[in-house]
Design a protein around this ligand. Structure first.
Ligand SMILES: O=c1ccn([C@@H]2O[C@H](COP(=O)(O)O)[C@@H](O)[C@H]2O)c(=O)[nH]1
Length: 224
């Protein structure tokens, strides 16, 4: 893939998402639509964004019993997203059924440990070990379940990639040097994430909240 940046269009406003995608499309490789967009605009909104001609990453982070996740993915089949997320913590049967339900061309990618969590957060929800150990544990589960890859932070991507060289690695929570970190906790620069083995990067606010999103996207792309 020539441009490995997926811009996260985190807005419930279809017109705004469309306008932002139009502004930055020369400097990104795809569009990521998440819960905020999908709750407001549903499948018709995704179809409309797909008309822009860029690959669509549907980041719905599905997490439920296997039957429910599989049926939800079947309801999304007509959209044939390039990438779709589920939570690895849903377990092996859920991951297997998610992959089986997805269209052949869709990469099913398992979220390991949200980039907004650190070791203290993990302890507070009963997870033993630090984010690094948790990511590797869930990367092994994802690999063995037959999905295509994982979502992890740039802090773990090199180790996860070493463990699963053929996996597809999605890295969000990237920030240009001196960028505003906000609610993210495990953050690296776009360049560091790519050097670690990221297949694609997810970049939201560093582009969408910039004074000039087109220039921000171009400058990030230039560092890769
Ligand atoms: O662990 C995860 C999984 C997904 N995300 C999503 O990526 C973007 C990041 O947006 P920024 O504005 O660049 O922080 C957002 O859509 C999240 O839902 C994540 O951040 N971490």
């Amino acid at each position: 893939m020539s441009n490995r940046i997926y811009v996260a269009l985190d807005t419930p406003d279809l017109a705004k998402a469309h306008a932002m995608a139009g502004k930055v499309r020369r400097h990104v490789g795809g569009i990521k639509l998440g819960l905020e967009f999908f709750m407001a605009n549903g499948r018709p909104g995704v179809r409309e964004m797909a008309e822009l001609g860029l690959p669509i990453f549907l980041d719905l982070k599905l997490h439920d019993i296997p039957n429910t996740v599989a049926k939800a993915i079947m309801a999304l089949r007509e959209l044939a997203p390039a990438i779709l997320t589920v939570h690895a913590a849903g377990g092996r049967a859920m991951l297997e059924d998610a992959k089986a339900a997805a269209p052949a061309g869709t990469k099913v990618v398992a979220v390991t440990t949200l980039t907004s969590l650190d070791g203290t957060d993990l302890k507070s929800i009963g997870c033993m070990g630090d984010p690094h150990e948790q990511v590797l544990r869930l990367t092994e589960l994802a690999r063995d379940s037959g999905v295509d890859g994982v979502v992890c932070s740039g802090e773990e991507v090199a180790a996860a990639h070493k463990f699963w060289p053929k996996g597809f690695f999605v890295v969000p929570g990237v920030r240009p040097a001196n960028g505003v970190i906000g609610d993210q906790k495990r953050v690296v620069t776009p360049r560091a994430a790519i050097d670690g083995g990221a297949s694609i990067l997810v970049v939201g606010r560093p582009i969408t909240q910039a004074e000039d999103p087109d220039t921000a996207a171009r400058e990030i792309a230039a560092t890769l």
